[in-house]
Ligand binder design. Structure first.
Ligand SMILES: [Zn+2]
Length: 380
């Protein structure tokens, strides 16, 4: 048995200062205040020195580290996120690949998951292939503009079915339900996300019974319908905001560029703290920093100077969320661990509770991650 002593435990809705947490066989075996919870003799101890101890961060949507895509170097990308406290990550596969590209990428991640250095890779986030080709970086090269065809998509579903936890769709695509049904047949546990879309509510309603659980990078690449010249129509954002059971992913960068700080506060108010998921959506397009953005370290630009995802990790996203919305450390652990775990079916992790995996991080009040444990083992 191992004990983390002098910890400030970050629970789902409160803190336990001056606490101890016990780990046995990679799982959380117990916890409590030190004054009432004695540490058994001979127990290996890790002194947290008063730091916060919370559940490891869970990033369900990210393409890259700060410089390399998962599909080009999964070990480097996985290690980068791990060093920033992400103990579970779903590499996101993107749309501008042909069928063979998707199959190769799935095979690459599957192989990486057998490597102990990628212990934090937990599956796949399928950002495509059937999105609205109007949206997203590199949209000019989207090869999935044509009709939805089973011969094109079924091999991808078959290759990814046990790994893919989230499938993104643009519900306005013609015959999308054929594809949605085939995804669900291959993996009944998969959930859907609405992404790169300008669907109207009736089109989203059609997908919802199959498990539409997530709004992908909420308020980014979600389109706006103009009903009449002077009247705003309703579209994806309004739908996600309306439905209490749909989670909203947020990219929270330091400047509030992906999502304006006011919008972050509005989404917090509308969705509530139990439906917000922080994602990094890191991308490695790696163009030069355009004028006016000097010193901005957590946004990624392509070679035209357009914003192309982020260079975030979830620790930084948490810090930004505290700054922009006044969220507490308890709140951000919920946004970056418990909620993403719940949305994607990781019921064995995402909170400090007896019987959950001892995926834990030690951080200061500013989400500077000091120590990372996966299944109770300190990560190098
Ligand atoms: Zn996207």
């Amino acid at each position: 048995m191992k004990a983390i002593v002098n910890a400030t435990l970050v629970m789902r809705d409160h803190l336990i200062p001056e606490a101890v947490l016990f780990i046995e066989d990679g799982m959380i075996a117990g916890f409590g205040e030190m004054r009432t919870t004695p540490v058994p003799e001979g127990c290996e101890t890790l002194d947290a020195g008063g730091l916060f101890v919370g559940p490891g961060l869970i990033d369900i949507h990210t393409h890259a580290s700060d410089r390399v895509f998962f599909i080009d170097d999964p070990i480097a990308a996985a290690r980068h996120h791990l060093r920033h406290g992400t103990t579970t990550v779903l590499p996101a596969l993107y749309f501008s690949m042909d069928q063979q590209g998707w199959l190769d990428s799935i095979a690459c991640i599957r192989k990486a998951m057998a490597d102990p250095r990628c212990a934090n890779i937990g599956g796949l986030y399928m950002e495509g292939p059937y999105l609205n080709p109007k949206f997203g970086c590199d949209k000019e090269n989207n090869p999935w503009r044509g009709p939805i065809e089973k011969a094109q998509y079924q091999p991808i579903i078959d290759a990814a079915k046990d790994l893919a936890r989230v499938w993104c769709v643009a519900p306005e695509r013609e015959h999308i339900l054929d594809y949605v049904r085939d995804v669900k047949a291959a993996n009944p546990n998969a959930v859907f996300a609405v992404a790169h879309s300008e669907a109207e509510p009736f089109q989203l309603d059609a997908v919802k019974p199959y498990g539409l659980r997530i709004g992908t990078h909420h308020t980014d690449a979600t389109g706006t319908i103009e009903k009449y010249p002077e009247v705003k129509g309703v579209c994806v954002d309004e739908y996600v905001n309306f439905h209490d059971d749909i989670y909203a992913e947020l990219i929270c960068d330091s400047r509030g560029i992906h999502v304006d700080p006011f919008m972050l506060r509005l989404v917090r108010k509308i969705k509530g703290d139990d439906r917000i998921i922080l994602i990094s959506d890191a991308y490695a397009a790696d163009g030069p920093t355009p004028p006016g953005y000097d010193g901005v370290y957590d946004i990624n630009f392509d070679w035209t100077g357009e914003i192309a995802g982020s260079k975030l990790t979830l620790d930084v996203a948490c810090r930004n969320m505290m700054k922009h919305t006044g969220a507490s450390i308890v709140n951000v652990f919920q946004f970056a661990s418990y909620n993403p775990a719940q949305a994607t079916g990781f019921t064995d992790r995402g909170e400090i509770a007896v019987g959950k995996r001892a995926d834990l991080i030690l951080t200061d009040y500013n989400m500077e991650v000091k120590t990372i444990l996966i299944k109770g083992e300190e990560q190098p």
